[in-house]
Design a protein around this ligand. Structure first.
Ligand code: SF4
Length: 256
């Protein structure tokens, strides 16, 4: 008998944590890809990621920058704020768009680091964001991109959690800033526990869905996520304007 391996990224984990029913619609029934959001700066973000990858590969980028003023401004802003990051340093190993995977039971957890920088005693994961407004630090810490990326490196390398950090760079020509998330053995254990719980839950929902046609549970309406969701009609959810703050925006924004 063959076992199906589920490949799960941070976007899938964020989606499942937000609303299991939405995960069912998007991931299982493929109403739309979970990785595509309504991110106004997506094009600039994609161009910026490509530019930084090309630089790390040693390919010329002058012509690209000369033909794209917003991109050039972003690059100059980053080079000014973090020259050590933009230009390779001695005694470091660097790789852009670095894929990490870790098989956990029947789940293949995966993440692509925008940039990974290693020294003998420190591992730094770098993630580029081109949001105009960075999310709150607690939102970043709780997001599955942060948690999964740190977890994956601790599980697949010889670095201890204390030697690993994730740095988000929010690149904006007017104000470029970074946010560093450090890691610890205690956080690693908490993530391990939460992941186990989530994957067990996902397995149970999947079995009910597959064997008994039982849909995945819906998120509580009071959490406010339905307000910004495209599935209110099949879910029979009719959000009212005074239902509370929409917090899903930040979750989705971090998933891009
Ligand atoms: S409308 Fe609400 S319950 Fe339905 S998928 Fe969207 S967030 Fe989940």
């Amino acid at each position: 008998m063959t076992t199906t391996i589920w490949r799960l990224s941070q976007a899938h984990l964020n989606l499942f944590a937000t609303c299991p029913r939405k995960f069912q619609y998007i991931y299982l029934e493929q109403f739309m890809s979970p990785c595509i959001g309504e991110q106004p700066n997506l094009n600039l973000g994609t161009r910026f990621h490509r530019l930084m990858q090309q630089r790390e590969l040693g390919l010329p980028t002058e012509a690209i920058l000369e033909g794209d003023e917003p991109l050039k401004q972003c690059f100059q802003a980053l080079a000014k704020a973090a020259p050590d990051l933009v230009y390779s340093q001695a005694n470091t190993w660097r790789k852009a768009e670095h894929l990490r995977t870790y098989l956990k039971g029947k789940f293949l957890l995966s993440g692509i680091y925008d940039l990974l920088i290693l020294t003998p005693t420190k591992a730094q994961i770098v993630d580029w964001k081109t949001y105009s407004k960075p999310p709150k630090s607690q939102t970043i810490a709780n997001n599955w991109q942060t948690r999964l990326y740190l977890y994956l490196l601790a599980e697949t390398s010889n670095y201890s959690p204390e030697e690993i950090e994730l740095i988000y760079w929010f690149i904006n020509p007017k104000q470029t800033k970074s946010m560093t998330v450090s890691y610890s053995t205690e956080q690693h254990q908490t993530t391990e526990h939460d992941l186990n719980q989530m994957l067990t839950q996902l397995t149970a929902y999947w079995e009910q869905y597959q064997n008994h046609h039982q849909p995945f549970p819906q998120v509580e309406e009071s959490k406010g996520y339905c307000l910004s969701c495209q599935f209110t009609i099949p879910c029979n959810r009719h959000p009212q304007k005074d239902q509370g703050e929409i917090s899903l925006d930040e979750v989705e924004e971090m998933s891009i």
